[in-house]
Ligand binder design. Sequence first.
Ligand code: BGC
Length: 727
Amino acid sequence: MSAPTRLAPLLTVLIGLLALAPAPAATAAGRCGAHPWCDTRLSPDRRADLLIAAMTPAERLGLLGGDNLTGVLGGEHAHTGTGDGVPRLDIPTIRYTDGPQGPRQGRTTGLPAPLALAATWSPRLARAYGAVVGQEARSKGNDVVFGPNVNILRTPLNGRTFEAYGEDPFLDSRMGVGWIEGAQGQGVIADVKHFALNNQEGYSAAANESRPGQPLGPPPTEGGRMLVNVTAAERTLREVELPAFEAAVKEAHVGTVMCSYNRVGGTYACQNPHLLTGILGGWGFRGYVLSDYAAVHDLAPSLKAGLDFEPWPGTTFGPLRVTAALLAGEITQGDVDRAVHRQLRTLFAYGVFDREAYRDDDAQIPKARHAATARTVEENALTLLVNRHRTLPLDARKLHSVALIGGGIDRFVTGGGSGNVTPFATTTLVDAVRRRVGPGVAVRADDGTDPARAAALARRSDVAIVATPDYLTEGSDRACLTLECPPVYGDQDGLIRAVAAANRRTVVVLETGGPVLTPWRGQVAGLLEAWYPGQEGGGAIARVLFGDADPGGRLPATFPASPGQEPTAGDPRRYPGVGEQETYSEGLLVGYRWWNAKHLRPAFPFGFGLSYTRFALGRPRVQAVGRRRYDVTVPVRNTGRRTGRVVPQLYLSHPPGSGEPVRQLAAFAKARLGVGRRAPLHLRLSSRAFEVWSESRNAWVLDPGRYRLSVGVSSRWLARTVTLWVR
Ligand code: BGC
């Protein structure tokens, strides 16, 4: 017997004795100190109770409002918000930053826009994306990051379309959950926003003409987010608008929720008991609610409805106002303590007391690794919509000259407002194409401001690539869906037509924040939607154009054939509202649900996107894996000649008479397969897919009967259908 083996029984006994001995007080290594509430064996609730008992009334109410007015302007080392702590009790100062695309605080990795992330249809990439944002928020000294934005794309006119995840509640939920898990896995607290029904900014002529980087003009004249009162049926709320918030709370355990500017059912969201107490409480939300910036109107109704923190300007929830309200009997100490408790218990639960403060130092950011994530996300987001005569991918060996035209060929294209970021570096499309084709191919660039000049260049080139951006921003909706709205980059539709007339091999690369009109789509050889492609966008686009990567994106939103097709078109009461009153009378028919119900043909349907290869989908096999939970296995085979990405999508049709839309996305998968390779892909159906919101019972109820499960590669191209009885 060797010595270690002989010692083993002795060690076992010793370990057993140690386990029986009373544990030393488990105080954390962090900045909590040696107070009773620093015992990490206690529950977060208990720790919060102990701490509150030690606080003076003034210290308690001091936690309700934010303490920094200027950080919101952005800039190096400027936190978007700050909540000062209490040094006497070692309560740490909490720092907040925007946003869904990365910290708005100096430079960051310029990720593709969140809508591009949705186009990847990859929860795995959503997690990776959230992890990049979380790591960078932490490296810049923040505890909480204001993201993700999961508001549904109800109209693509919304100025914030680029910031969120498109028109489908299920895809929205998967992206939001991935993002939050990724970010919170980095030790910061996420903040899901904007709760709720904040689906438009309102149109302001002056603001709509704003240029990247410029301040916004005057606020909108109709349907502005600060005033608009949204009326929607509870079923619409639960089934369309809120699933991503519900998943954020129940699945991803998001630490904070941001209430929105607008009114819902006559009451401002930040003082809306139905939203903040009824719905959040019903989901078992254990974090705290904070308000959007300047979204708080009245102290007492907000505090009583469940708002816990006003980050900015911190005046309605500021010490003066709160003290006066206590004296006047408008609020009670119990109201204050409840909000403070919810803040503190969250901070304990997420370990904020039990670690050191995060340092603000960009040197902690693994920039190369994060840049690689940005590129992978973009490759998976690039959505190929037209590919005539197999023009793409381009073969660099067969080209002598390439014309690169338009406002998107040499700049970092992104949106404005709190979703705006300043990238560490930018790979432009011109540079990336030059590098890719090598010195033997002449790459000539034209900014596209003179269509005749651009067409002349296209005429003497083997291929013409036209990259057309747009500029969406918080604070204003766009006036229309053409590439001229807003008119930042000139007559881009005219430019595309002129170039396409001059060169049959014209490929358009859209760098837009959302769906746009594509009236020339029948005249171009290729159309690739790149979204706001992020700092690595140039390289990713070049890789897809030249076939080094398969275009991995699928549309997270319908591209209309005409503006009148939009669910919100034609009735101002539906959008943008009349006299600041707006009704979601489309009900459940948001996005492709509307196109299906009205038998409209969009330019490009939700879920659509071409690959360079071909895939065969086999017959789905449905297997129960739990109570009303199913695994749907779809055999997929790459029957083409290149490695490619496939995104099988499962649309569910409820039994007739249920009042549900014709078909709804209920599961999807994504895979990359080599030539000739086959794989069984697993699409998981959760029990929620078979439930509808009952207004009479105020609950989700099973919708029993015969379901149709259609599997295909877009909401319109469905190859296989099977039926399933659910009881
Ligand atoms: C936006 C929020 C943002 C906040 C702070 C508001 O205008 O609506 O999304 O987090 O500003 O920048």
